[in-house]
Design a binder for this molecule. Structure first.
Ligand code: PLP
Length: 235
């Protein structure tokens, strides 16, 4: 029963993404849907995997490392939540992309652990373009300096930017934030910083992914619209 609901939800989102791309002359392969599986059991994740999704997003280190060995190894795991420096070592060799780097200290730790393992880790810089106080992310005024510095760290490749827009009933209200993030990426490209590419823009969630795609998103992070409302179990 539930399984077919997940498939139906997924189909709707994939169709919406396709339609949005077609209407705005965007190549559909430019946009990747990340299924945000936080709080969801492995059985549900498997169902979405079997429907063809390979990109999954988790926001907690512990949850990611619990699920990781239980799932097929061709999954690309995205860490989309705040990352504490002391937890970098647990996920560094498991994640495809870390979306939430917003400090020199965190980047230093990622660089240190990556160098130890002789790997290169792809990261996005999380930018707080809406200036919501509760959100992590660096302000756009400081982003370029942070990127210049982090770009020199070994074992790290900056691939783009990420933002979390405010929760809103009206996705149009977030259009300016998505536009700001895109503009910032264009500004950064114009600086031609070595070892920095800006091919990834992670923006848009269940409520506003269509608007985000119109404004240049390459990664939409969708949880509720695929899996339904999250049930948080308090420990
Ligand atoms: C939970 C979460 C999402 C998904 O949000 P939905 O509204 O459920 O689609 C996206 N991005 C981040 C960073 C999240 O923590």
């Amino acid at each position: 029963m539930h399984n077919s609901i997940l498939r139906d939800n997924l189909k709707i989102i994939e169709d919406n993404i396709d339609t949005t791309c077609k209407e705005h002359d965007i190549l559909p392969e430019m946009v990747t849907l990340i299924a945000v599986s936080k709080t969801q059991p492995v059985a549900f994740i498997n169902e979405v995997y079997n429907a063809g999704i390979r990109d999954f997003g988790e926001n907690k280190v512990q949850e990611l490392i619990d699920k990781f060995p239980q799932m097929p190894d061709d999954i690309r795991w995205h860490l989309i939540g705040h990352l504490q420096t002391n937890k970098v070592k647990y996920i560094i060799d498991k994640v495809f992309l870390i979306h939430s780097v917003d400090s020199i200290k965190l980047a230093q730790e990622i660089s240190k652990e990556a160098t130890k393992r002789n790997i290169s880790v792809s990261i996005l810089i999380q930018v707080n373009v809406s200036h919501e106080e509760t959100k992590y992310g660096i302000s756009e005024l400081l982003a370029i300096d942070l990127i210049k510095e982090v770009s020199t760290f070994p074992g790290i490749h900056i691939r783009g930017l990420m933002t979390i827009a405010p929760y809103t009933e009206n996705p149009e209200e977030n259009r300016l934030y998505f536009r700001k993030l895109k503009q910032l990426s264009v500004d950064i490209i114009s600086k031609s910083i070595d070892n920095v590419s800006m091919d990834c823009l992670s923006m848009g969630m269940s409520g506003d992914y269509k608007v985000a795609i119109e404004e240049g998103s390459t990664y939409v992070r969708v949880g509720t619209s695929i899996f339904g409302e999250r049930i948080y179990v308090t420990a």
